[in-house]
Design a protein around this ligand. Structure first.
Ligand SMILES: NC(=O)c1ccc[n+]([C@@H]2O[C@H](COP(=O)([O-])OP(=O)(O)OC[C@H]3O[C@@H](n4cnc5c(N)ncnc54)[C@H](OP(=O)(O)O)[C@@H]3O)[C@@H](O)[C@H]2O)c1
Length: 169
């Protein structure tokens, strides 16, 4: 599995149930990377999307223990619910997607799925946001990750950010 995340210099990823900043270029990058594949997200992240609906053009597996969510999403195309990490793993194996699926947040889901990931696409924002309440686990040489690629910085919405890739050592 891979993970994809946009984080600031403190590895902050969210605030008040939403993202830290609107970066259209990053949303486009997320779309390019995940289109046609499988994204895994927590129930809170699903609810943060427009209309609480999964993103079009890819399969979404939502992690949730909520039976009502399962009912609400039943019969909808391109979305299913896994009630545990074990159930998620079984589902990915069944689809032959255990290497290609993306963990797409939020914090709870990243923390549980990172041990299953060997590659992380990090969009790094060159800023420290005040009041952030969700974080990605820090990726560093000391905890077993190597920065293998980074793009040139780009500017948008008053911030500088760059696309990077980390691989497990
Ligand atoms: N910067 C980024 O790239 C990025 C990406 C995505 C999200 N985010 C941000 O992250 C924040 C949300 O993160 P979060 O940690 O609060 O929530 P989350 O990870 O999106 O969702 C948490 C929910 O997932 C379900 N869940 C978690 N572990 C589970 C397990 N093992 N089995 C079954 N269900 C499980 C539970 O749902 P139930 O309560 O329904 O059981 C739990 O309440 C938002 O601010 C969002 O904008 C940032």
């Amino acid at each position: 599995m891979k993970a994809i995340v946009v984080a600031d210099e403190n590895w902050a990823i969210g605030k008040d149930g939403g993202l830290l900043i609107h970066l259209p270029g990053d949303l486009k990058y997320f779309k390019e990377k995940t289109l046609g594949g499988v994204v895994v997200m927590g129930r809170a992240t699903l609810e943060s999307l427009p209309g609480g609906r999964p993103l079009p053009g890819r399969e979404t597996i939502v992690l949730s223990r909520d039976a009502k969510l399962r009912e609400r999403l039943a019969g909808q195309e391109n979305v299913s619910v896994a009630g545990s990490v074990e159930e998620l793993r079984d589902e990915l194996v069944r689809r032959g997607m255990e290497d290609a699926a993306f963990a797409a947040g939020g914090e709870q889901v990243y923390r549980q799925l990172l041990p299953m990931c060997d590659e992380v696409y990090v969009t790094k924002i060159a800023r420290k946001f005040e009041g952030a309440d969700c974080f990605f686990p820090e990726l560093s040489e000391e905890n077993g990750w190597r920065l293998t690629w980074e793009d040139e910085p780009r500017q948008e919405n008053g911030v500088s950010y760059r696309f990077t890739v980390y691989k497990r050592k």
